[in-house]
Design a binder for this molecule. Structure first.
Ligand code: NAD
Length: 471
């Protein structure tokens, strides 16, 4: 076999890279580490730093191959089933069938390198390109509600954009997060990617997240979670993307297709037992159609509770004295929650529905369980104003069922949510039965919206003076 100069240069580079990696990578074979998992946060960040430098030398075709390898690895039946099952078992939240759908969605519909377009300006003075360039090492904090989906979606987007990523998973989801990271590392290794593009620590914790947030080598922070963690990254002094809490209202007016609205609301609210931050959390219905809406929701799996004493029992069951949700009920099924107050129902019951006033804690609190309060409004404008109020300025997600274009437009303008779904279930807003790609990091507070590869880039300008225009 004859080797040309280019081949030799390539081989020398590969050998040098592997020597460098061996020299700097902590050895941790006997302590459960390896495959992207490190004993300390510092080790993980150092390894990700080297990996990102090596990724700079990879072509776009290489990055495309790495992304495809992640998709293929996690799509394998045994892997998809394992992470979906383990997520439910470890966190005690959500349902296996839903996790399968959500993981597959993240695997298939998270955009890859095609997201990174180039802007060009050409004229007498030459050619200027504006490119989406990597940040470097990204520190990503992930939630317990979508542990694997967020890791899959962030890994694909961040690597496609030329970054490496250090994950700080929720401690309550550490096992399944670790497994997902290991599977991704195996896929990347087989595809010939630099080692340690996706890393984490053996024992994720708030302390480790804090080390990550302060580390000099981490250039961008991405937090997917509740208000505490979003505030923490935004106070870090670094560039940060915050994907925070929601409390999505759904408005139904008198012009809506009520039968369809009823089914869409039950389906959206009960999806993964209401864990998704985008899922319907309260209904504001125009009085004129409220009874018919309730009637139809009951045909599609809603269990209506009319007795105030039972509603009070439910409040005591799932909220503490400070009206904060009890974690043990987050992501539990309607059947399970009802059984805890002595009401036995079959699996066809998907949502617990009750009428309340607007101040009720079930309306005001982001419950993340399939308890769905309905508030009556005298007309559509009042309903829209109420929806804006209960969304609490999160600017996250809202739904509306209506055929009145003026009112749909009014609500969209006033509520200012990142996702606004019209005449469909909430999940249509992340590409299930609605157009568009998916993400599990929806950045309302910092404005990136539904994140994709380009959200994790810096815009850089390259100017060539005096040539290369042919107009
Ligand atoms: P959480 O806020 O309890 O935890 C999220 C992550 O942040 C975890 O890894 C946790 O360990 C870490 N964390 C929490 N407080 C921290 C702090 N002060 N410093 C450093 N790290 C900290 O949230 P959760 O229960 O895992 O997830 C549910 C919440 O996340 C809901 O409010 C939901 O709406 C939101 N969420 C938002 C999105 C989105 O895309 N906008 C997606 C999923 C979940």
């Amino acid at each position: 076999m004859e080797l040309n100069t280019l081949d030799i240069e390539k081989i020398v580079k590969q050998v040098m890279q592997s020597v460098e990696a061996v020299e700097t990578k902590p050895q941790c074979s006997n302590d459960g580490c390896g495959e992207g998992i490190f004993p300390t946060m510092e080790d993980a960040i150092d390894a990700a730093f080297i990996a990102q430098r090596q990724l700079l030398d990879c072509s776009m075709a290489d990055k495309d191959r790495f992304v495809k390898a992640i998709r293929n690895q996690l799509s394998k039946k045994e892997n998809l089933e394992k992470i979906s099952k383990m997520a439910v078992e470890e966190t005690g939240m959500g349902g296996y069938e839903y996790k399968l759908i959500k993981n597959k969605l993240a695997i298939d519909k998270t955009p890859g390198i095609e997201d990174l377009t180039t802007e060009a300006m050409a004229g007498d003075d030459g050619l200027t390109l504006v490119e989406y360039a990597p940040f470097g090492v990204i520190g990503a904090i992930t939630p317990t509600t979508n542990p694997t989906e967020t890791i899959i979606c962030n890994s694909i987007s961040m690597i496609a954009a030329g970054n490496s990523v250090v994950f700080s998973p929720h401690p309550r989801a550490k096992g399944v997060s670790e497994l997902t990271i290991r599977l991704i590392n195996r896929a990347l290794k087989e595809a010939g990617a630099p080692d340690n593009l996706v890393v984490s620590v053996k024992e994720p914790s708030i302390e480790n997240a804090n080390i990550m947030m302060k580390h000099d080598k981490v250039k961008l922070l991405v937090a997917t979670g509740g208000p505490g963690v979003v505030k923490a990254v935004l106070s870090s002094g670094k560039k940060a993307i915050g994907a925070g809490a929601g409390n999505p209202p759904v408005v139904v007016d008198e012009t809506a297709d009520i039968e369809k609205a009823a089914k869409d609301i039950v389906d959206g609210c009960s999806f993964d037992n209401n864990l998704p931050c985008i899922a319907e959390k309260e209904i504001i219905a125009v009085d004129q159609i409220a009874d018919y809406l309730i009637f139809n929701m009951k045909q599609h799996g809603a269990y209506e509770v009319k007795d105030q004493a039972i509603i009070d029992q439910l409040v005591k069951l799932v909220l503490n004295e400070k009206m904060k949700i009890k974690t043990e009920f987050v992501g539990k099924s309607a059947k399970y929650i009802l059984s805890k107050i002595g009401i036995e129902v079959d699996d066809s019951v998907k949502v617990i529905l009750m009428e309340t006033d607007i101040d009720h804690p079930f309306v005001q609190t982001e419950l993340m369980m399939p308890i769905l309060p309905l508030v009556r409004a005298k007309d559509v404008d009042t309903a829209i104003d109420m929806a804006v109020e209960v969304e609490h300025g999160n600017r996250h997600t809202a739904m509306m069922h209506s055929k009145n274009v003026d009112k749909l437009t009014r609500m969209a303008k006033l509520i200012q949510t990142t996702i606004f779904v019209k005449n469909g279930p909430s999940y249509a807003g992340i590409g299930v039965g609605g157009e568009g790609y998916t993400t599990f990091t929806i950045a309302g507070p910092t404005g990136e919206g539904l994140t994709s590869a380009k959200s994790f880039t810096r815009k850089r300008r390259c100017t060539l003076v005096g040539g290369f225009h042919i107009k």
